[in-house]
Design a protein around this ligand. Structure first.
Ligand code: GYE
Length: 331
């Protein structure tokens, strides 16, 4: 049985809808005394970045048989149509929960409606969806991308001040993530709004690097051909920043010195690059959502309530604290 009784607040409506549609009875629990195995289908974005690999690992190591789960994992290779197909497969297999990290924000109503009609709760993790009716999904847990974007510019403001460069005019470039993903939308908004508050910042251009290292490098190469005076590069994830670092070196410039590099995620390799002085700042985005989704499901199974939206706490790291922080980092 879908344990969806006793929801409160904004979740009440979806609980009622799901409970009404639920087609499984207590008999689904198996023989008396048996512990029910919970089947979870995870529609993952892809394997585009180190953050994503850490996220996949977090789900695979959490949703194990020992922990009472059967995990059906699907890699959508960064394509929404593949994710929708995966969700339909999960519905057909009558899983207990669907978990999705939606590649983009929009276009989910139909498949969410199908899950709802089948009585299967949908939990969003990592990226968000923008849907006309929020009761189509149960809840979401992930990073606060708008705040991450804002934090990155706050770091830049402080850094320039500390280095006596706060009255300098600076040319800025932005390498964006997958266009239309909530990680891109939030970070771009936070960055561009932050930059617009200071007339010294001149945003020359922004272009997507699809959250991959290869694309990030390509975009940086073309930026370097177009502009000879680049002061700051924001890359909306670590891997694109690594690609940018390589492109800058190949162009005979020093990343982190000639050009300030700021990125998002803060996985181990970025700490190494901050310690080597090639990346200046990394705004944290925590990928370890497996245990968070596990705890949501356990709460629901016990008849409890969960928050509709839950943001994870995230920090900001830079050259000054990278070495001290690295041993404490889990990804
Ligand atoms: O920053 C990036 C990944 O959605 C927060 O997706 C996630 C982003 C992350 O590919 O590295």
């Amino acid at each position: 049985m879908k344990k969806i009784a006793a929801f409160t607040g904004s979740i009440l409506m979806v609980a009622l809808a799901l409970a009404g549609c639920s087609k499984k009875g207590p008999e689904a629990k198996g023989a008396k005394g048996d512990k029910k195995v919970i089947t979870v289908g995870y529609a993952q974005v892809g394997a585009e970045s180190d953050w994503r690999l850490a996220n996949t690992e977090s789900f695979k190591s959490t949703f194990t048989a020992e922990n009472g789960y059967k995990l059906i994992f699907d890699d959508a290779q960064q394509k929404q149509e593949n994710q929708i197909k995966a969700m339909r497969n999960f519905i057909q297999q009558d899983v207990d929960y669907i978990v999705v990290a939606p590649v983009v924000e929009t276009g989910w109503e139909t498949v969410l409606g199908e899950a709802k009609a089948a009585g299967i709760p949908v939990i969003l993790s990592d990226r968000q969806m923008k849907v006309s009716d929020d009761s189509l999904y149960l809840c979401w847990v992930g990073g606060n991308f708008l705040k991450e974007g804002r934090d990155s510019v706050i770091w830049l403001n402080d850094y320039l001040k500390k280095n006596g460069r706060d009255s300098e005019k600076l040319n800025v470039l932005l390498i964006q993530g997958t266009i239309g993903s909530s990680a891109q939308v939030g970070r771009t908004q936070g960055i561009t709004e932050g930059l617009a508050k200071n007339l010294n910042y001149n945003l020359l251009a922004k272009q997507t690097g699809e959250f991959t290292q290869a694309k990030g490098q390509e975009v940086m190469e073309s930026f370097l051909k177009q502009y000879d005076d680049i002061d700051v590069v924001f890359a909306e994830n670590d891997n694109m920043a690594w690609g940018a670092v390589d492109a800058i070196k190949a162009a005979g410039k020093q990343p982190g010195k000639d050009i300030i590099i700021i990125c998002f995620d803060a996985v181990h390799e970025t700490f190494n690059k901050m310690m080597a002085g090639e990346i200046n700042c990394a705004v944290e985005c925590n990928p370890l959502h497996g245990p968070r989704v596990d705890s949501i499901i356990k709460t629901l199974e016990a008849g409890g309530t969960v928050d509709k939206i839950a943001y994870v706490d995230e920090g900001v790291f830079d050259e000054a604290n990278a070495e001290a922080m690295l041993p404490t980092r889990k990804y």
